[in-house]
Structures are given as C-alpha cells and as structure tokens.
Write a protein that binds this ligand. Structure first.
Ligand SMILES: [Mn+2]
Length: 347
C-alpha cells in the first residue's frame, strides 16, 4: 500500500498526529517502522531514558523534513509504533527492585546470605530476558512483512532483540557502535542483561555478527580491553584518544573514515548510543563522559558508508535523556531523522 502524499505539505508546520516528524504514514504503508522501547531497568546512574521515546516524538515535530542529501527518503514512509504502557510499567517496577539490589550490594553486603535480594536479582534478570524476547518478536513480525526496522530506547540493552531478529534474515553482518563505553562487560554486578553488557551478549550469542567496530570509546575497564585484544579482530575499537591523536598529527577524518569503512562487511547495523556524542549534545544521558563526536562528523562517516555501496540493515538510537528544556530530545529527534533517511536512501 502506497501513501497518498498529495494533501501533505512538507514545508508546513508539523501537526501532532502521534507519528514521528508528523509524517502522514501508517504502520501498513510505511517502509520503515520504529519500535520504541521504554526500558532502563539496569541503569545505575541517571534515569529518564525510558521516557525519551515520547519526548523525542514530541520534539520531532520541530525537525524540518528537507534533507538536501536524501530528499526523497522520508517519502517512503516512517511510522513509530505507540509506546507500550505495559512495558513502561514493568520497567518502573523492576527498576525499583534493581535499585534496592544495587544499594544492597554497594553497601558491601553479601547476596548469598539474603534470600530476598537473591529473589530480587532473579526477577530483574528474568524481566530483562522477557523484554529481549518481546523486542525480538515485535521486530521479527515487522521484518517478516518486509519492513525495515529501527529501535528507539531506552537504555542500550534494548538493541538485543532487533539484532537477534536481523541475524535470522542476514547470514553475516557488521555492527558499527557509536558509544563512550565498550558495553563489553560479561555481566555487571550480577546483572546479565545490563546496558553495559549489550555488545558482550550480542557477540556471545549471535554468530552472524562477524565484526564489531566501536567508535569514540573513552570509558572502559581492563577486562573489556583484554576481551577486545583477544577477539582476533572480530572487535575493532577506535578509542576516542586514538582518533583525536591521529587528527592532532594531521590525519583527516575522511582518511580515518575510509579506514573504518574498509573493515565493515557489506551489511551494516548501526548501534547509536547518544553518549558517543559530546555531552553538550546529550547532557541528561545516563552516563555522560567528556569528549565525544559532533553530529556532522558521524553523518559524514554514515554518508560515506552508504556511498561505498554498503547497506544499512537496521539501527538503534539509545540512552537519550529527558530534560526540562527539551534539549536532549531535540538532538535525539534530529539524530533519528538522519538515521531514517540513511536507511531509506538509494544511491
Ligand atoms: Mn552503550
């Protein structure tokens, strides 16, 4: 089914119609479906990202639809599914349980001696597994219909279900991860599905992911470093320090971008943790770290990926915070607009 755009004025003011960017599409006629996942159960520092999909939806009405690079992309249709209130309620409940648990172990107490806390941890871990399964099923349902899919978090763990669903349709693909953190912890304080473990879990469970390229990493631990070194180049990490130093020595970002792209397979999934950007662009993200990318720096790289003939098969945008002045959401809306355009582009 093709949407009738004859009555839609892309130059006009966007109308709040419950769809991203006020676009006039439905679940049936949109080529790209965005699944919002209001989930941040394992977040240990600043909360809020579970509510960012609704905030980004609101902020997205301010985004101009004209993208000089990809002028026709949005016309293929983007539709964001409604935020599932049951998932949000479950998130709120389990996040509290997790807080109790983290406070308990952070005060030095031993979990083995406390039945209640043991049960608590089990519930959190099981809840996260159920969430993965839910995301997987939702994404699979859309992929089976021939749709393209992007996920909007929530914390970074929400990407797992989409990557798993894509692995059943694509024998071999690479992940390009934008992040301040490696997210390669085997488990974090007993939490097997922590946002800090997402890429460890993906690599451990999903063999179709033949390459993980990480960009902008600037906060990581020794075990993550060792894991990368022992990965036999399945993981290639461009630490922020290394990128900046190469640039200080006079190397261009264009040159570094080409080097990154040459290592990517034909099919690419982009995992965009917004904390990979300079925190001035995401001050209310869960775990901000000084440094980071400018938006255009990444858009330049993404354009080169598309121009290289590689195909973007899916993406997630995660960890966007919620702010009183709407700034984080404003940035998030602009980032997801570009991601949609890239995914729907034809070169
Ligand atoms: Mn992350």
């Amino acid at each position: 089914m093709i949407a009738d755009l004859s009555r839609f004025d892309p130059n006009g003011v966007s109308v709040a119609n419950k769809n991203l960017f006020g676009l006039p599409f439905t679940e049936e006629n949109a080529e790209l479906i965005i699944l919002p996942v209001p989930w941040e159960v394992t977040v240990s520092f600043k909360g809020g990202t579970a509510r960012s999909p609704d905030h980004i939806l609101h902020a997205s009405l301010q985004v101009d639809l004209f993208d000089s690079q990809y002028q026709n992309s949005w016309k293929k249709g983007v539709f964001m599914l409604p935020v599932d209130k049951k998932i949000l309620l479950k998130n709120d409940f389990l996040r509290k349980e997790n807080e109790l648990y983290l406070n308990f172990i952070n005060s030095g107490d031993q979990i083995e001696s406390n039945k209640f806390m043991k049960k608590n941890l089990k519930e959190v871990n099981e809840g996260c597994e159920q969430l993965h399964q839910w995301v997987y099923e939702k994404c699979k349902e859309q992929l089976d219909k021939g749709k393209k899919v992007g996920v909007l978090g929530g914390d970074h763990s929400v990407a797992y279900g989409l990557i798993k669903a894509l692995s059943e349709k694509n024998k071999e693909f690479g992940i390009l991860q934008i992040d301040a953190h490696c997210d390669l912890r085997k488990s974090f304080e007993g939490l097997t599905h922590s946002h800090g473990s997402i890429m460890y879990n993906v690599l451990n469970d999903i063999s179709s992911v033949t390459k993980l390229i990480q960009l902008g990493i600037r906060d990581y631990c020794e075990s993550e470093w060792n894991y990368i070194c022992e990965s036999d180049f399945r993981i290639v990490t461009y630490f922020e320090k290394e990128i900046k130093e190469r640039q200080f020595e006079g190397e261009s970002w264009a040159h570094i971008s080409d080097e990154i792209i040459a290592q990517l397979p034909q099919l690419v999934y982009i995992s965009y943790d917004i904390d990979g950007l300079d925190p001035k662009l995401c001050p209310h993200t869960g775990t901000p770290v000084p440094g980071g990318f400018e938006i255009e720096q990444l858009n330049f790289l993404f354009k080169k990926i598309v121009n290289s003939g590689r195909k973007i098969i899916g993406f997630d945008l995660c960890e966007t915070g919620v702010s009183t002045d709407g700034w984080d959401e404003n940035v998030g809306a602009r980032v997801i607009f570009k991601m949609c355009n890239l995914m729907l582009s034809e070169i």
